[in-house]
Design a protein around this ligand. Structure first.
Ligand code: NAP
Length: 257
């Protein structure tokens, strides 16, 4: 039920460190001027702690989100989902337009290739799987649990996957798994690459700190980088601080419903 304090109600679509940091920043803002609800899809069994209220589970498509925004009297939405959570972002943009709720996309910048990198950019995981056999046969897959199925049919390669939750079939034969949500260190990444004799890395262009990319550069290991899916046009920022500023300007304009 919506609370009746009159504080503007902000919905953060989360599942990322940015979403968590934004919730913390708003919860600790002087006078706590907002009522904050973070929304998680429910993909991880033990989500990290988040300041403010948390709801878990899908909304039921755009229609469900429209109903939620209306019933909960949400005044502003910050879509802080992962850059590859394109369906959620599309639904958020559509639902915000339909309910005339101000919406901001908070998305960390993508990675940029540096001297010494050996990157191949591909459009999606299917392309990554098709390219893989030409680049190496000892593969570190950091595409997340949901990105493993696309590699199930790749022959002649050994796979080590790293994800927060245990992968489920379909997956490559003989797949080994490291369960780890990070943060990772350059030393740790070097050690992993060396000890497991990794000769190719596959990653989505998630952005954010990535010592795995520095380790691959040092060890001259090729990297397949999956490009971000397109998202619909919407106001967007790349930092939590900018999102806090946006809320200050967006919310006074909101007529209380
Ligand atoms: P997605 O494909 O864009 O979304 C699929 C469905 O999951 C959505 O239609 C929605 O269900 C539900 N959903 C997604 N994010 C939600 C949220 N924050 N709150 C409530 N429902 C949500 O998303 P995804 O790629 O599976 O990612 C799921 C979650 O994991 C996201 O919150 C994302 O931030 C996080 N995450 C994703 C990745 C990645 O690589 N994709 C990596 C790290 C974290 P309904 O249609 O029923 O509303």
């Amino acid at each position: 039920m919506p609370e009746v304090t009159g504080r503007p109600r902000v919905l953060i679509l989360g599942g990322t460190s940015e979403g968590r940091r934004l919730a913390a920043a708003l919860a600790s803002a002087a006078g706590t001027p907002y009522s904050v609800i973070s929304s998680l899809a429910g993909r991880t069994s033990k989500p990290l702690e988040i300041a403010g209220d948390v709801r878990i589970g899908g909304f039921g498509g755009t229609r469900g989100l429209v109903d939620y925004l209306t019933a909960e009297r949400i005044d502003a939405v910050v879509d802080a989902t992962h850059p590859f959570a394109a369906t959620m972002t599309r639904h958020a943009v559509d639902a915000a337009a339909q309910t005339r709720t101000p919406l901001l996309v908070l998305r960390r910048p993508g990675w940029v290739e540096e001297g010494g990198d050996d990157w191949r950019r591909v459009r999606d995981l299917t392309e990554a799987a098709a390219l893989l056999p030409r680049l190496g046969d000892r593969v570190l897959l950091t595409t997340g649990r949901q990105g493993i199925a696309d590699f199930a049919r790749v022959e002649g390669a050994w796979f080590l996957s790293r994800s927060v939750e245990k992968p489920v079939p379909p997956m490559p034969r003989g797949l080994e798994t490291v369960l780890d949500r990070g943060p990772f260190t350059l030393d740790g990444e070097r050690r992993l690459f060396r000890e497991r004799a990794i000769n190719v890395l596959v990653t989505k262009d998630s952005g954010g700190p990535a010592p795995k990319l520095a380790a691959a550069r040092e060890l001259r290991i090729p990297v397949i980088v999956v490009d971000r899916p397109p998202i619909p046009p919407a106001p967007a920022v790349t930092t939590v601080e900018e999102a806090v500023e946006w809320l200050k300007t967006a919310l006074p304009k909101v007529a209380r419903r």
